[in-house]
Write a protein that binds this ligand. Structure first.
Ligand code: CA
Length: 222
């Protein structure tokens, strides 16, 4: 795997260490230490992914994340020194793709970078004329918009990212509602039902999402 990774981190030793690991992983690391430099660098350098520390001089990670999201869908991994902060960040829906808590192992960060890049690569998948645009939560099938809700979009995205893999209802639920425990698993069935209906309306006879009896669902093009 390769790509330009922008590290926004004011602790220079940490940034250097991370840079070394990323380079070993085949990536091209860039680094800025001041929050004020982050957004202009994203604009100029067009990185493939941003590792964004939360507490920064100049401008904090939350403001940077919001600003970047106004013009770019580059994957962002947010880094915070406090694990309690992650819940709050998730609630704010800043549009970050993943969160990592300090202290971390650089090896773990590289693994997460790879995972996020794989996932976002799948977002641009063009399979049987199916296009997913994560920044807009929009999906088109052979040029026809499917007009999905956010939950339907996420379900489709998860399934499409792993063709042929069977997901149980609870696996899908965990991914869609990571911090809610009281969602009935029939909720997934009803979202899938609507999703399939929308696919069938755009492409009659096209079955992309298959139910696997008593197990769950999978995406497969026949
Ligand atoms: Ca910091």
């Amino acid at each position: 795997m390769s790509g330009k990774i922008l590290i926004v981190e004011d602790e220079l030793k940490l940034a250097e260490l991370l840079g070394d690991y990323l380079r070993q992983g085949g990536f091209e690391p860039l680094h800025v230490a001041d929050g004020l430099d982050a957004v202009p660098t994203v604009r100029d350098e067009k990185p493939d992914l941003v590792l964004l520390d939360l507490m920064l001089p100049g401008k904090d990670g939350m403001d940077i994340c919001k600003e970047v999201r106004s013009f770019s869908s580059v994957p962002i991994i947010m880094i915070t020194a406090r694990v309690e902060e992650i819940d709050r960040l998730l609630g704010l829906e800043l549009g970050a793709d993943d969160y990592i808590c300090k202290p971390y192992s650089p090896r773990e960060v590289v693994a997460r970078v790879k995972a996020v890049l794989r996932r976002s690569g799948a977002a641009a998948i063009q399979d049987q004329g199916l296009t997913l645009d994560e920044a807009r939560y929009s999906a088109t099938l052979r040029g026809v918009s499917l007009d999905l809700t956010a939950v339907e979009f996420k379900l489709l995205q998860i399934l499409v990212a792993s063709p042929g893999r069977i997901f149980s209802r609870s696996q899908l639920m965990d991914r869609i509602y990571p911090d809610e425990r009281i969602v009935n698993d029939r909720t997934i069935d009803s979202h899938i039902k609507k999703l399939r209906k929308k696919i069938a309306a755009s492409a009659p006879g096209e079955e992309l999402i298959h139910s696997v009896y008593s197990v769950g669902y999978k995406y497969e093009v026949e």
